[in-house]
Write a protein that binds this ligand. Sequence first.
Ligand SMILES: Cc1cc2nc3c(=O)[nH]c(=O)nc-3n(C[C@H](O)[C@H](O)[C@H](O)COP(=O)(O)OP(=O)(O)OC[C@H]3O[C@@H](n4cnc5c(N)ncnc54)[C@H](O)[C@@H]3O)c2cc1C
Ligand SMILES: NC(=O)c1ccc[n+]([C@@H]2O[C@H](COP(=O)([O-])OP(=O)(O)OC[C@H]3O[C@@H](n4cnc5c(N)ncnc54)[C@H](O)[C@@H]3O)[C@@H](O)[C@H]2O)c1
Length: 512
Amino acid sequence: MSRPSTPEYQVRSHSTEEEEQAVSAHEAGEEYDVIVIGTGPVGQTVAQRVRSAGLTVAAVERELVGGECSYWACIPSKAMLRPVTALADARRVGGAREAVTGQVDATAVLARRDKWVTDWDDRGQAQFLKDIGADLIRGHARLDGPRRVSVEIPRGSTLSLTARHAVVVCTGSRPNFPELAGLADVRPWTNREATDSPKVPGRLAIIGGGGVGVEMATAWHGLGSSVTLLAQTEGLLPKMEPFVGEMIARSYTEAGIDVRIGVTVEGMRRPDRTGPVTLSLEGGAELEADEVLLAIGRRPLTYDIGLQTVGLEPGSWLEVDDTCAVRAVAGDRWLYALGDVNGRALLTHQGKYQARVAGAVIAARAAGRPVDPAPWGPHATTADSRAVPQVFFCDPQVGAVGLTADQAERAGHRIRVVDVDTGGKVAGAGLYADGYTGRARMVVDEDHERLLGVTMVGPAIEELIHSATVAVAAQVPVSRLWHAVPCFPSISEVWLRLLEAYRDTTDARQWR
Ligand SMILES: Cc1cc2nc3c(=O)[nH]c(=O)nc-3n(C[C@H](O)[C@H](O)[C@H](O)COP(=O)(O)OP(=O)(O)OC[C@H]3O[C@@H](n4cnc5c(N)ncnc54)[C@H](O)[C@@H]3O)c2cc1C
Ligand SMILES: NC(=O)c1ccc[n+]([C@@H]2O[C@H](COP(=O)([O-])OP(=O)(O)OC[C@H]3O[C@@H](n4cnc5c(N)ncnc54)[C@H](O)[C@@H]3O)[C@@H](O)[C@H]2O)c1
């Protein structure tokens, strides 16, 4: 099995006979309708959309087809988390609890994860590109002036490509590294080692209390590591409603994770290559761990893609309009940026949404049809600013869509906030887990009586978030939500409790 984790994101040679044929087939005709740089979930989706419109596509990939998401992010992390949360759920149900006599089998969990990432072999996803009729070109792509892309292919040669209609940058992101003394010698984990490690470290220190930090804390704690979660901010998951971080911190602490809030790491050292790491914390305290995971956000992978050849700043986020065309590029729209690289929402599903919309835009422009960028229309990624859903699959789960109360107020909305204690108020929650602990919040635009945002914390809420997304994206009036009747006795009845709480705290005439 190959486990190609590298701290630096080097070009790796994956050339096979089949791939070499794909390259040589197009050395003669190097013009395509669309060139896609990066074949993560977002690059593949846009390639599929424009191919379905009959356009020719070159898709360039320097590492594994499937990107970070498939091999070092969403898929392996969820494969590691699911057995941990399944066991935690069973332990919360009397009668089932008694049947749980052991711990998670870490070896089996990691073997299952390896299957989900197809042992870091991308032949299946490369075949997908072939099946849709896109040409996969293995190598590192760089812009080389307007509509031109040069590809450094393994073994040193370069291929020049031209796009008749569009170049689409889908190169994703890489981890942030802090300016810390001793960092290089420590060889800290990033999301790569955190999701492809074949071994469970005895003690794992995690720096960063965002999405990666909280999910990996649940995963590695569940697999047997002694985890310390260090957050510099005032709370965990600071981009969400404040109660989320408070509940996660409380429940992690009860589970045995050492959560330290408002802690700054000032340095780290690993004097012996195979020995432990010592972290120096602000105030003079020290912490020893066997591995340290850096989870402090991401940078766009744009520092070496030839941005300077089209007047853009290498290393910058590629700011786009709602059709996903890069704003700063003058002239007719030929450069698009989708997924992590545009910084709108670093989420696979949101990047794929952008790819569906931009694919339709590129196809329309190529055919000379008008583009309709009106909000919520076929050619606008309106949900990026109004209804981005997100689920963290930690224990307990966290999910949200749209605006938090603070964001809504700062955007100038007149709002009403209603909160419900899911555990105490929803029969389905109590049946799902003894002593169910959870909370839900709905942020209502008082002027239009529509939802601006919803947040939920608790076991098994991940499948409820789409109902909230429909309500927020479709701008369903609160009065109509009463007619969306949740099944009894499901956790979805939290919706009724939210509506009742809203009704009972408002003087709106229709409720009386
Ligand atoms: C630990 C972790 C867990 C996550 N979990 C989730 C989750 O559960 N759900 C969710 O929605 N999001 C999750 N995310 C976020 C998600 O991984 C990203 O939003 C997603 O991968 C972005 O997709 P992308 O296609 O834009 O980029 P990527 O998946 O990063 O793909 C980019 C591709 O471009 C290639 N590339 C880069 N530069 C070049 C070049 N110059 N030439 C050729 N190819 C190039 C790369 O090799 C890569 O294959 C998670 C992130 C992390 C770190
Ligand atoms: N299930 C999911 O949808 C999922 C899961 C994991 C990650 N992701 C996405 O992947 C992206 C990356 O996740 P992430 O957790 O790395 O980033 P993040 O932005 O979610 O969190 C990073 C955290 O690190 C903190 N931080 C920044 N600099 C620091 C420093 N020098 N020292 C200590 N702390 C510092 C920040 O305050 C923040 O709380 C996010 O956009 C996230 O949404 C999604």
